[in-house]
Design a protein around this ligand. Structure first.
Ligand SMILES: [Mg+2]
Length: 242
């Protein structure tokens, strides 16, 4: 049989599917909380309300700035300003720069893949399946992450986009057989829903994520086109049934 007829295509998400991402933002958020406690002392709001405000401001700024690398550090800066004003604390430009730089720590990442990711990618390459990377975010940051983890070794195509949507995905899929094309990702909003709209099969691997991705409708667990795996290695275990 012609190999083209039997091979599968896997369109992988990157952040929190192949490599940790939300995790690194956590360290920047902890440093931000500490910074506020140090500067405002006992006048600092409780930590939960600082985080709630930061998350709200960051989510709203997605509408204006999308997934630009300036958004998250700028969101910390905006949060800092709002808190300082509410506490009658006069901040300096130097402090704003320091807060912005704390936000940039979210991009200080080391080479690291999700447990089992390398094993799965090697397995799929051995099967001679086709691997496509489809990731959204700031082009410079995403390219850096892809480079440090040598992702190009496994992938035939790499697409970095500002926002994942049905139209882009449809263009990437092209004439491929949608019954043998799988979207693999951790986000219902950005991975599962656009893939279902295009008519692909979906491998949903839930992972801790951030507020923006957490805004979604419930997944239809009875949909036979959706496979829900708790571990990326389940792709190997269930490969023949996919
Ligand atoms: Mg993701």
């Amino acid at each position: 049989m012609n190999k083209m007829l039997i091979m599968k295509t896997f369109i992988f998400d990157y952040d929190d599917t192949l490599a940790p991402n939300t995790h690194y933002y956590g360290y920047a958020q902890i440093a931000f909380l500490e910074y506020i406690l140090d500067r405002l002392g006992y006048k600092a709001p409780n930590l939960q309300s600082i985080m709630n405000l930061e998350i709200e401001i960051d989510k709203n700024r997605v509408k204006k700035l999308g997934f630009s690398r300036k958004r998250f550090p700028g969101s910390l800066m905006e949060t800092y300003k709002v808190i300082c004003k509410s506490k009658n604390y006069s901040f300096t430009n130097q402090e704003l720069t320091e807060v912005y730089n704390i936000g940039k720590q979210a991009f200080d990442i080391s080479p690291c893949l999700i447990d089992g990711a390398e094993e799965v990618l090697n397995f799929l390459l051995e099967k001679e399946d086709e691997l496509i990377l489809y990731t959204k975010g700031d082009k410079v940051i995403q390219q850096h992450k892809i480079d440090i983890n040598h992702i190009q070794y496994w992938f035939k195509e790499i697409h970095i986009v500002n926002e994942k949507n049905k139209n882009d995905l449809e263009i990437i899929v092209g004439k491929r057989d949608k019954d043998r094309t799988f979207k693999v990702g951790n986000s219902i909003r950005s991975d599962v829903n656009p893939a279902l709209e295009v008519g692909l099969k979906v491998i949903y691997i839930p992972c801790e994520t951030w507020a923006y991705e957490d805004e979604h409708s419930e997944i239809d667990k009875s949909n036979p086109r959706i496979h829900i795996f708790q571990d990326i290695r389940d792709i190997i275990i269930n490969y023949d049934e996919l």
